[in-house]
Write a protein that binds this ligand. Structure first.
Ligand code: RB5
Length: 166
């Protein structure tokens, strides 16, 4: 039996070009990404970019990344927010968790080039950052690239559609 999932209206609609992003987007972390998450929130607010929903965590106390990644990814999957940004130590835990959700394409990015390609080729709608392995400056560059790069469509549209068919 095919496990193909049917997108709802907001999921099937092409995402707003992130460079002109006007909708809400989410951000989350575990304890390892908590400080970087807060710096990114401040950075984005200073640039007046979008409406940010903070899905936690809310301290550096040890916690489980999946408790915060699932609610944010669910909101992306259901079209309540257009994009998500996540931070954990390696970026992997939150990335793996987010990618369990239909229509979520979470990309682990540690350079701005990878972030650009994740948008251009994969139409990534969640950015996962390895907080323990990127400087604050690099993280801001990656966020800027992720939010300002558009999906190229074409052959990549066919490929991302096949992700949901298995
Ligand atoms: C926390 O120590 C660490 O395991 C977590 O932040 C992340 O790297 C997991 O993938």
């Amino acid at each position: 039996m095919s496990n193909e999932k049917k997108p709802n209206q907001s999921q099937s609609a092409k995402a707003s070009p992130p460079g002109r992003f006007g909708g809400a987007f989410g951000i989350c972390s575990d304890h390892a990404g908590y400080e970087l998450k807060n710096k990114i929130i401040d950075y984005l607010r200073s640039k007046n970019i979008g409406k940010i929903e903070d899905f936690g965590c809310f301290s550096t106390e040890s916690c489980d990344y999946s408790d915060f990644a699932h609610p944010m990814a669910k909101a992306v999957s259901q079209g309540e927010i257009e994009l998500g940004i996540s931070c954990c130590g390696t970026g992997n835990g939150i990335n793996i968790t987010a990618n369990r959700h239909a229509f979520v394409r979470s990309a682990l990015c540690w350079t701005l080039e990878i972030a650009k390609l994740a948008r251009q080729h994969n139409d990534a709608n969640v950015l996962s950052l390895p907080a323990r392995f990127v400087s604050e400056e690099t993280a801001f560059e990656i966020v800027d690239a992720f939010l300002s790069t558009e999906f190229e469509g074409g052959r990549h549209q066919r490929r991302i559609e096949k992700i949901e068919r298995y």
